[in-house]
Design a protein around this ligand. Sequence first.
Ligand SMILES: NC(=O)c1ccc[n+]([C@@H]2O[C@H](COP(=O)([O-])OP(=O)(O)OC[C@H]3O[C@@H](n4cnc5c(N)ncnc54)[C@H](O)[C@@H]3O)[C@@H](O)[C@H]2O)c1
Length: 328
Amino acid sequence: MSEDGQRIARIGVVGAGLMGHGIALEFAAHGHKVTLHDQSEAQLERARAGIAEGLGRLVEAGRISSETAREAPSRIAMTADLRAAVAAADLVIEAVTEDLEVKRAIFRDLDAFAPPHAILASNSSTFMPSLMAAATNRPERVIVAHYFNPPHLLPLVELVRGEQTSDETVETLRALYTSIGKRPAVVQKEAPGFVGNRLQMALYREALAIVAAGIATPHDVDTIIKTGFGRRLSVAGVFEVFDAAGLDVTLAVADQLFPEIDNATAAPPFLRERVARGDLGVKSGRGIYDWPPEEALALRSRIGAALTAIARLGDGQAPSSDSAPDRG
Ligand SMILES: NC(=O)c1ccc[n+]([C@@H]2O[C@H](COP(=O)([O-])OP(=O)(O)OC[C@H]3O[C@@H](n4cnc5c(N)ncnc54)[C@H](O)[C@@H]3O)[C@@H](O)[C@H]2O)c1
């Protein structure tokens, strides 16, 4: 036991898709033994290539040595047998499809198959931890550990407490993630979408409303975000930006614009119509933009290379004291 809670040596990752393979490779790169499970053997095979590519990115980012990248795959076992995957785990991270019934069935099995001391975490983007905890007999050891894609390149993990999640569970994961160079942020009160996705959705809603109203094209909206405030947001959070601009200026702008911005409670036809006709984005070759294979590859490389370069720079810390209303 560490001073922060139990020691986590062995980690089971359930679901070897986009997120699961990235979660697994990062733990293995930091010396943990990982067992990666998927119901699909073909997916496990695909994950091997993704793991090799992801480890290469961690080397480029200066986070691990080439030697570590060579050794790390030997620390990842793969199996299509869930029981075998979690039988010796101290921590299981579930990263299967975003379907509550699928997740609840998995949590029932994890509760039966994983050792009693094991912490069961979900990488769900939206479901509150209590919904998964209710399928187990260990709600105090159930938590959401929400990564952002690509999970091995973005430092954030939102640790979302459920109603019954214990302090020890939170502190154990906080210590674990800090030890592998992640930046865990604790979400104290569960709410759908936690914090990161609520913030992103607020921006997405306004972007869709701007395009639907003909104020700007998708291309120009993306340019405004990428070359303007989006660039700044990766180094200064909104509350740091408020203080840098001055709260008086922030208040004046908020009073002017809050009545103007969108407050719809459903997604607009602009998005719904595209989904209905099968224009799903990169995966179908067309979404908001057209995505011939070479453009799709270029987008993926551009994001990966830029996030790798940013990872080399590290990230800034906001001052630790703030005037949040609940702290007086
Ligand atoms: N994609 C993102 O940007 C992102 C970001 C943060 C969180 N998440 C969350 O992570 C989770 C996984 O998302 P993803 O993008 O990796 O999805 P994905 O479709 O790439 O991978 C899901 C994997 O789960 C496997 N699976 C499905 N049901 C299973 C079962 N019963 N048992 C074992 N394996 C099963 C599938 O075979 C697939 O390989 C979701 O909850 C999602 O909301 C995704």
